[in-house]
Design a protein around this ligand. Sequence first.
Ligand code: PHE
Length: 339
Amino acid sequence: MQNKIQRLLKEVETLAAKSVQEAEEIRVQWLGKKGVVTVLFDEFKNLSAAEKRVLGQALNALKTAAQEKIAALREVTEQAPGSVSGDCTPPGIPHPFGARHPIAMVRNEIIGIFKRSGYTLAEGPEIEDDWHVFSALNFPPEHPARDMQDTFFIRQGDNAVLLRTHTSSVQVRKMETQQPPVRVICPGRVFRNEAISARAHCIFHQVEGLYIDENVSFADLKQAILYFAQELFGADTKIRLRPSYFPFTEPSAEVDVSCNICGGKGCNICKGTGWLEIMGCGMVDPNVLEANHIDSGKYTGFAFGMGIERIAMLKWQVRDLRLYFENDVRFLQQFATAL
Ligand code: PHE
């Protein structure tokens, strides 16, 4: 047997294959169930202990040599040009990466800033009643917002059903269910009966905020907005408050931030003024607190509200609001790595 093993060892070295198939045939011939090496191992079992001791090592060496040689033959033939082994299926069609929608990115950024300053998130229905959108917010009965010209009504009359025109309705729902301190932000979609243009749309997104507690002052409001503006537009950002009017706040103001494009010098984005309007705000009108069963002698609060599209337009200098709604991937893809 010893001689046979030596002879086979030499033979292993001379093995050659031209194709994967030939390499496989050699494997069967040598290592298969009835292959030469396997048969030798069968014979080995019947040898005496003394013979086993002598031949065991040699036989194992033959097996290893055959395995290595055949593995090498297989590798070489698989790589050979024209080889039909391996994965012959055509490569798949790659799925391009999607991108977050710019409105969602800005919304998340705004929410993040307020969450870091202790606000919680509240959401509410898009289909609302008159009470939550208007009456609880001190809108007089003859206010033009209650007109079909401005609001989408699903049903008019005493039990009016309508699409919310601002997310202040969510703040009302919050006040109904929670006594102060209240500190919430309300992001969401809102609807207004407006002609669609580069600067206005009938659907847009808002983030509104409400803070009610004892001793909340206008100075607190100003500081909260300054912090927000500097987080969003950069540490050098300045703010300016101009007197304004909303039925639900008194006093009320519009907030401008210094133009982050020209640094306040004046450019065509800020129309030469150096300022950009970003939101409305004010101290919650005591009538609103009372309508929601909050003691206006004990508590005061501030509220603010902004349009996300407007802020996104300023952030990326997008000149037409409609682009946010058209789902043109050529537009949306530009924001793939924006945040
Ligand atoms: N609700 C107002 C709007 O939709 C924004 C606002 C909220 C103004 C809170 C003042 C205070 O325009």
